[in-house]
Ligand binder design. Structure first.
Ligand SMILES: Cc1cc2nc3c(=O)[nH]c(=O)nc-3n(C[C@H](O)[C@H](O)[C@H](O)COP(=O)(O)OP(=O)(O)OC[C@H]3O[C@@H](n4cnc5c(N)ncnc54)[C@H](O)[C@@H]3O)c2cc1C
Length: 384
């Protein structure tokens, strides 16, 4: 069988892979995007939809800012808006210790260009009257917001195809190795793909592929717990989250324009990349309902119409892997986004395309290097 060849081969068609394919194609590179199921079917398509910058690991803010800028111009860039709403994002707190965390974060984030407004309890309730009287303060990020995860990755993939990329669904890469100057991937049905550059963006499945190149990482699959209510009158504009050290209190919610309240948070559940299943646990829902009533008391009687989960990969330090392999030239990684990759997706695609195309990027991504887990690295060409 004659191999299908391109400049760049991308394994994994979530938001990271689809956005990278789009930005690479726009740079004139030929691209093969290989996806075992359907584009955006996994974490990228089932997440909560938070386009949130506040609260992020500070060295990640330049990337998050670049991504936010792209979210704002999706219609002109890819021809669809993925229902992105710059609705604002509010983090409330219940005690003085958490207020201290919010205050410190607001100060530390300012040099990165993220201006947050600290709000007293009175200011909070006069602006957001639906909020609990238990909140003693809040931190408001006016330009953050939310989008529809079902739409984002497929929209990027369609735009990538229009820009010339080849997107192959139902194409599971069983083996990938470097043979001479090229990467060669073999699909489970025997098809062969070749490219001098490869990017692994296989989400919670990526560890098996990075290990193939001598860079094993401790990637654990977990399933954040999600639910949605019946449609209610549209009243809640911002995304709401809680700043707390207590896992159970960590609920987040947003209202979509059609009225439903989407919520998630608290303890994650089990997820199995082998069977491609993650589980929504009834006992987690009970505790989420207690918290949602606490945050917005008016939701006490809202009917829940659906619960779900999705498979996400978590690394020991809770920050992703992004950038070149430390061992194999021409190999790049973008995976392990630890429950917060949706906001970053468009920026990751732009940065990875820039890095692959030009050999460098203007956005700092050094803190995300895979070498922090594979200290014996050292770039070498390898056939394995
Ligand atoms: C329930 C849930 C809620 C979340 N909420 C938020 C949120 O509100 N905000 C936020 O910023 N982030 C959130 N996240 C995290 C975010 O969804 C992810 O970080 C992001 O979508 C990861 O994108 P990805 O492309 O790396 O992975 P994925 O979307 O998982 O894509 C990886 C793709 O690779 C494919 N693949 C794997 N192995 C192979 C192979 N061998 N061959 C071919 N294809 C392969 C998979 O089928 C998959 O489609 C949430 C995650 C979950 C699960």
């Amino acid at each position: 069988m004659k191999p299908l060849a391109a400049d760049v081969m991308i394994v994994g068609g979530g938001l990271m892979g689809a956005a990278t394919a789009f930005f690479l194609a726009r740079r004139g590179r030929s691209v093969l995007l290989l996806e075992q199921g359907m584009i955006g079917q996994q974490a990228s398509g089932v997440n909560f939809g938070n386009v949130r910058r506040q609260g992020r690991f500070l060295p990640q803010l330049p990337l998050a800012n670049r991504s936010r800028e792209i979210w704002g111009r999706l219609p002109s860039l890819i021809g669809e808006d993925a229902e992105f709403l710059a609705s604002g994002h509010i983090r409330i707190c219940y005690n003085r210790e958490s207020l201290g965390v919010l205050e410190q974060y607001a100060e530390d984030a300012r040099p990165y260009g993220l201006d947050l407004e600290l709000m007293s309890a009175n200011a909070l309730r006069s602006r957001f009257p639906f909020l609990t009287s238990e909140a003693i303060a809040g931190s408001y990020s006016p330009h953050d917001g939310h989008a529809n995860p079902r739409l984002a990755a497929p929209a990027f993939a369609r735009a990538a195809v229009r820009a010339g990329a080849h997107v192959l669904e139902a194409t599971e890469v069983a083996e990938i190795q470097k043979v001479g100057e090229d990467f060669e991937a073999v699909a489970t049905d025997g098809r062969i793909f070749r490219a001098p550059v490869a990017m692994i963006s296989a989400g919670a499945w990526a560890g098996r592929l990075s290990a193939r190149f001598g860079e094993p990482v401790d990637l654990v699959a977990r399933g954040p717990q999600m639910a949605v209510t019946e449609p209610l009158p549209y009243r809640i504009e911002p995304v709401i989250g809680v700043c707390t050290k207590v896992t159970e209190e960590g609920l987040y919610l947003r209202q979509v324009k059609r009225g439903s309240i989407v919520f998630g948070g608290g303890d994650r559940g089990p997820a199995d990349p082998g069977t491609r299943r993650a589980y929504a646990l009834p006992e987690r829902l009970e505790s989420q309902v207690r918290q949602i009533r606490r945050i917005v008391p008016a939701l006490a009687n809202a009917h829940i119409i659906r619960t779900w989960s999705g498979i996400e990969g978590y690394l020991p330090d809770d920050i992703p892997i992004m950038g070149p392999s430390a061992r194999v030239s021409g190999l790049y990684y973008a995976f392990g986004f630890c429950g917060h990759g949706f906001q970053l997706g468009p920026g990751v695609g732009d940065v990875m395309a820039e890095l692959i195309d030009r050999g460098e990027t203007t956005t700092p991504i050094e803190p995300f290097s895979i070498s922090r887990f594979a200290p014996n690295g050292g770039l070498q060409d390898s056939d394995s």
